[in-house]
Design a protein around this ligand. Structure first.
Ligand code: ATP
Length: 428
């Protein structure tokens, strides 16, 4: 049986991945937990999310599905933050005999939940059409994420995925500052990068894999396989860990990006990969955000932003000039594309002018008056105009990304790019 769960936490605590980790242990009395659990990140622009729009799925081999379902529902009722208005849990149960029939429909639903905005009714319609066992608490919005997570567990071969090792705190520590030895995170990074990523941000000298909220997560290590994330976690020194779980996940895969052929088709609350031409020099506005307009072939424009939290990435963006050609990845909110990644395809040549030197004495010639060209005062040699020469741009063609401290869960880090023909500048 596949079990999908979502929307159990609030800003005051809990985390659906934590409930998953608890169930992984407790469900052993009902059967055998098969394969690693799935942590799916859905549309990052959804306003209902508490933090990272995550949902989970587990796979349980059991002879008593009814008992297991009743137990899981009781644990959701106990652990979910039901009092919070934004918490609307959902649980979906797919029996083995239903797998084949639901594979395609839930794969499509997963893709929609990652790239699009879905009405609860759409999830409810699928549930009733296919007679899927499920339970929605309160308004049942969590059914969307729960169904999507089942879609991932049914179709791992259809997806690119990575792994995350999540370590959880002891209950009595919730809400207190996390006690960790920061240097051990840098050490774990040194030992396992680039097979792990986003543990630390070297440029900004930050540990980025520790949440700051009240939730039970102590830290999370992201990487290419379960062994490497486990190795990195083993290097970390911290307060004692109550439990941990290694999840398979669509984090770091760019699954949220839709290819946009023109700006007219772009909608808020969606994420795109968009090619265009910079149509004016980037401007740094109040708060340190860097904004510039991008134009497509039809002449339509969209504002693109490297916001202040993207730190050193803004320095690259500031070097763009009108006429440069780029491919941008990012989510669109309030009509502005929030840049996550940028491929510079073409840089317009930049020219400067200077007064030529006198061929006789070698000194720079001076203006001889308006419309009269230049001359050397001493040698009385004249020339009609200044010399124009190309200046090397202070940025290169290639792929750039925001630093780890600003990375979106779904954004694929450049160290995962397998492109040999393009120069890649991973942010560390
Ligand atoms: P949690 O740890 O509980 O999963 P979270 O930050 O991941 O916290 P949720 O509390 O799950 O966020 O809230 C997100 C809500 O949005 C869920 O109810 C989920 O079903 C719903 N949702 C997810 N993706 C979409 C989508 N594409 N369209 C509409 N609703 C969505």
């Amino acid at each position: 049986m596949i079990i999908g769960i979502d929307d159990t936490d609030s800003n005051e605590g809990m985390c659906t991945t934590y409930l998953g980790a608890v169930l992984l242990e407790e469900l052993q009395i009902y059967g055998i937990v098969e394969t690693l659990p799935f942590l799916v990140r859905l549309n990052p622009t959804i306003p209902y999310k508490t933090r990272g729009n995550a949902a989970i799925a587990l796979k349980l081999k059991t002879n008593c599905p009814e008992k297991a379902i009743a137990y899981i529902l009781s644990r959701i009722e106990e652990l979910a933050h039901m009092d919070c208005e934004k918490t609307n849990p959902g649980a979906v149960f797919i029996l083995e005999k239903e797998y084949e029939n639901l594979k395609l429909v839930l794969n499509n639903f997963l893709t929609d939940a990652i790239v699009d905005v879905i009405e609860i009714q759409k999830a409810k319609n699928i549930i009733s059409k296919y007679g899927i066992h499920s339970k929605g608490f309160k308004n049942g919005r969590g059914l969307i994420g729960a169904l999507a997570a089942c879609g991932a567990m049914l179709n791992p071969e259809e997806m690119d995925y990575t792994f995350e090792y999540l370590a959880y705190r002891r209950k009595e520590k919730y809400g207190t500052p996390r006690k960790v030895y920061k240097e051990s995170f840098f050490e774990a990074d040194r030992e396992t990068y680039p097979k792990t990523w986003d543990t630390v941000d070297l440029t900004n000298k930050l540990v980025v894999c520790i949440p700051h909220s009240f939730d039970p997560v102590l830290f999370g290590i992201r990487g290419e396989n379960p062994e490497i994330v486990t190795k990195a976690a083993g290097i970390i020194r911290s307060e004692s860990v109550k439990r941990f779980a290694v999840y398979r996940t669509n984090q770091g895969t760019d699954m949220h990006l839709l290819p946009a052929t023109n700006i007219a088709e772009i909608r808020n609350m969606h994420s795109y990969k968009l090619e265009g031409t910079v149509s004016a020099a980037p401007n740094t506005i109040h708060g340190g955000h860097v904004i510039f307009p991008l134009r497509d072939g039809s002449g339509e424009e969209i504002d693109c932003a490297a916001f202040e939290p993207t730190k050193n990435f803004r320095a690259i963006v500031r070097r763009l000039m009108s006429g440069d050609r780029v491919i941008l990845s990012g989510s669109v909110s309030s009509g502005t594309l929030n840049i996550e990644k940028m491929e510079i395809k073409y840089l317009v040549p930049f020219y400067a002018e200077e007064n030529p030197k006198c061929p006789n004495c070698g000194k720079h010639m001076k203006s001889a008056g308006q419309g009269q060209g230049l001359r050397c005062k001493k040698c009385r040699i004249r020339t009609p105009s200044k010399i124009r020469y190309e200046v090397k741009r202070d940025v290169e063609v290639g792929l750039y990304e925001v630093p780890p401290c600003a990375r979106r869960h779904l954004a694929k880090p450049l160290i995962r790019e397998k492109r040999s023909e393009t120069r890649v500048y991973p942010s560390r």
